[in-house]
Design a protein around this ligand. Structure first.
Ligand code: NAD
Length: 383
């Protein structure tokens, strides 16, 4: 079967990592299924490439195609200095309602990690992508808007807030929390994962972060009662997907000290941002971290790093994050065998110690290769 996948090359190092990644994905499918399955690639323009040609950073044609798409992948996009965008990524997330940001974190043999036993890390973070203090509802200190909100809060709500405060709003809804947690539970059940941990700061922010936790337990009971159990039930010997919760600060200690106890994580936007980067660093670096942003209809895979403009066009950077995001895409499309081939090939290239400069710095006795060559090596290790 052939599936349509839309791609956006991206800015800065985007085109070179894309050119290294795409052949790997085609070859993995060919090796795994000998032509029975494949991808119909369709390019969409966004970022600088779109600005140079149609003259807009995010053409309506691109958005229209993505609104009707099931699968897409992108390189990083830079934030335009003009054009009225807070960020192109932010706009894409908002317009396409990509509410779940999913980042798997696991260790690849051969990479130096600050942990004694990094191989115990195998987690998938589901981060809510549309709410929280990230919703962009904030006003600068001393601005008329902030003063007006502060005045309202003081006079109408008896809140203890000074007039000159900068103010940010933290909206967290039942619908937004439940749809994210639902995705995490469905994923855990589908992949036979042992537990889902709701990570929150509900001890302090009771009505936002605390509500996220409560809605999570409620959802598990309402929609997955036959399949999920609590930690107490687990301790009593019952079988099922364990739903548990941890306070965010304790969770940062837990993932360092007892990573084997955590499998799928569902969390609010800000916690998820911190936690997914910290976890990626635990296993040896952001350069290899893949990710996807999902709505109910579209799975939009992406390299999690930025455009690294000072490296652009120099054939120096690591295409691993985009290659592994592509492996996630293959798995999501139902092509597990091809996906597994890519994971193994990336690991084998790292073990062979032929790596791009970011990894060469971390691996003693390694040989430095360029972005293109790293992609070719992964392709050769596919079999
Ligand atoms: P960045 O991730 O682009 O770069 C930070 C540093 O990380 C680089 O200097 C480089 O040392 C390293 N790095 C990043 N990717 C690498 C790779 N593939 N291989 C090896 N090393 C790599 O972050 P930044 O400098 O904060 O942002 C630059 C631009 O990227 C900004 O315009 C920002 O808005 C944008 N950005 C886009 C995305 C996205 O599209 N998803 C994400 C983050 C930042």
């Amino acid at each position: 079967m052939r599936k349509t996948v839309y791609f956006i090359e991206g800015d800065g190092i985007g085109p070179e990592i894309w050119q290294a990644a795409r052949p790997v994905l085609d070859r993995a499918l060919e090796t795994a299924y000998q032509g029975k399955h494949g991808i119909e690639w369709v390019e969409l323009l966004a970022g600088e490439k779109a600005f140079n040609e149609p003259g807009e950073y995010l053409p309506e044609k691109t958005l229209e195609a993505l609104r009707n798409a099931e699968l897409a992948i992108k390189g990083p996009l830079s934030t335009p200095v003009s054009g009225g965008f807070r960020s192109l990524n932010g706009t894409l997330r908002q317009v396409l309602d990509l509410y779940a940001c999913i980042r798997p974190v696991k260790y690849y043999k051969g990479i130096e990690s600050p942990l004694k036993r990094p191989e115990l890390v195998d987690m998938v973070v589901f981060r809510e992508n549309t709410e929280d203090v990230y919703a962009g509802i904030e006003w600068a200190a001393n601005s008329p808007e902030a003063r007006k909100v502060a005045e309202f809060l003081r006079n109408e709500m008896q809140a203890d807030i000074v007039p000159e405060a900068a103010i940010g709003i933290k909206p967290i809804t039942e619908k937004g929390s439940k749809r994210l947690i639902r995705k995490a539970i469905e994923y855990a059940l589908d992949k036979n994962r042992p537990n889902v941990t709701l990570v929150h700061k509900g001890n302090i922010m009771k009505y936002t972060e605390g509500a996220f936790r409560n809605w999570g337990y409620e959802l598990a009971e309402q929609e997955f009662s036959g399949q999920t159990i609590t930690e107490d039930q687990f301790s009593a010997g019952r079988k099922g997907l364990v739903i548990k919760d941890r306070i965010a600060d304790a969770m940062f200690q837990q993932v360092l000290l007892k990573p084997e106890l955590y499998s799928v994580i569902a969390t609010t936007n800000l916690n998820g941002d911190y936690l997914s980067d910290a976890l990626a660093a635990q296993v040896g670096g952001l350069g290899l971290a893949p990710g996807v942003n999902m709505s109910d209809t579209l799975a939009f895979f992406e390299a999690t790093h930025g455009t690294a403009p000072s490296y652009a066009g120099k054939d120096l950077v690591n295409p691993g994050s985009l290659i592994l995001s592509g492996a996630m895409l293959l798995e999501h499309a139902g092509w597990e065998k091809a996906s597994q081939l890519v994971h193994t090939a990336v690991e084998n290239v790292i073990v062979s110690k032929k790596v791009t400069q970011d990894l060469a710095r971390q691996i003693q006795g390694s040989t430095r290769v360029g972005c293109r060559e790293f992609g070719e090596l992964v392709g050769m290790h596919l079999g």
